[in-house]
Design a protein. Structure first.
Length: 301
């Protein structure tokens, strides 16, 4: 014999729960983005399955819960609670199967094409986020990122080690007056207009501090954190810019990269793993493989 209760679905119970709270088909419909008639039909369907009246209207035509309806609802509450718990658990499970990686400059977002193939594991998914180094450190400390690649020597509560060398270069259009140099100091370029990251970026601050130290008013086009926009501005001869030396920006027919002699232009990239992720063998495996990848060609920053 078929159990009629199997005809009840989660949507029926959700409609019942909201209607008990509102005692109004119209308000329930507004909350669930549907029509009052659709809500009425859902309630009628549930009443038909249960073979009992759940709601009646009083002398003032106000919707009221019946005694039987109240009894049924008392059993529905824990069911809805368990369903919500299950839904949240499923979300957590899916989230736990995705490694969240923070990187500090958008040129480095090109690395998944190479490194994620190297890290290939069909059971692991990756989600890449782009933030400034200080934001990455904060999110790592709060366990909101699993792995971070940044320019800070240490991050609170996280294991951190050197990942790669980071060298900065001046990028100019191919026929720019500075393009003849094999290397130079940034102060030699400060009379030109720069395309650069926003003021929160460490590269912007390096250029700004160098201009200030040389009593030169910096002329900049402050762009977003997308280094590809800076690259395009240089390519279109709108400005020059400072970017990490990276094969991502190799365009010998259009743009020249000139290594900078300034001491601050030679930096390090670091990689950190959050305290929470440090207890996950899967993430530690990936974290260690990142470090091994340092032997491969430069990926930029």
């Amino acid at each position: 014999m078929k159990n009629s209760l199997l005809s009840i679905n989660f949507k029926n119970l959700e409609v019942l729960s909201v209607t008990v709270d509102t005692l109004s088909f119209t308000q329930t419909a507004n909350l669930l983005n549907t029509s009052p008639s659709a809500i009425s039909k859902q309630i009628q369907k549930l009443e038909s399955i249960l073979n009992m009246k759940l709601f009646i209207r009083n002398d003032n035509e106000k919707l009221c819960l019946t005694k039987e309806g109240l009894e049924v609802y008392s059993h529905v509450i824990p069911l809805l609670s368990h369903m919500e718990f299950l839904e949240n658990s499923i979300i957590d499970i899916h989230s736990s199967l995705t490694i969240k990686i923070g990187v500090n400059i958008s040129s480095f977002l090109n690395f998944p094409k190479d490194i994620l193939h190297y890290l290939d594991d069909e059971n692991i998914k990756f989600k890449i986020f782009q933030y400034e180094s200080k934001t990455i450190a904060k999110l790592l400390s709060e366990n909101k990122l699993d792995i971070g690649i940044h320019c800070l020597e240490s991050v609170p509560k996280c294991e951190t080690k050197k990942f790669k060398d980071l060298s900065l270069a001046l990028y100019t259009p191919i026929h720019h007056p500075l393009s003849i140099h094999s290397s130079l100091y940034l102060k030699e370029a400060l009379n030109y207009k720069f395309a650069t990251f926003t003021e929160d970026s460490f590269i912007y601050k390096l250029i700004y501090d160098e201009a200030k130290a040389n009593n030169i008013k910096l002329k900049v086009i402050a762009l977003s954190m997308d280094s590809n926009l800076i690259f395009q501005a240089i390519k279109n001869k709108i400005a020059i810019g400072v970017l990490p030396i990276s094969y991502v920006f190799s365009a010998p027919d259009e743009i020249v990269s000139i290594p900078l002699n300034d001491e601050w232009a030679q930096r390090d990239l670091y990689i950190s793993v959050s305290a929470h992720a440090n207890s996950d063998e899967k993430i530690i495996k990936i974290y260690n493989k990142f470090a091994e990848f340092d032997d491969n060609p430069s990926l930029g920053a």
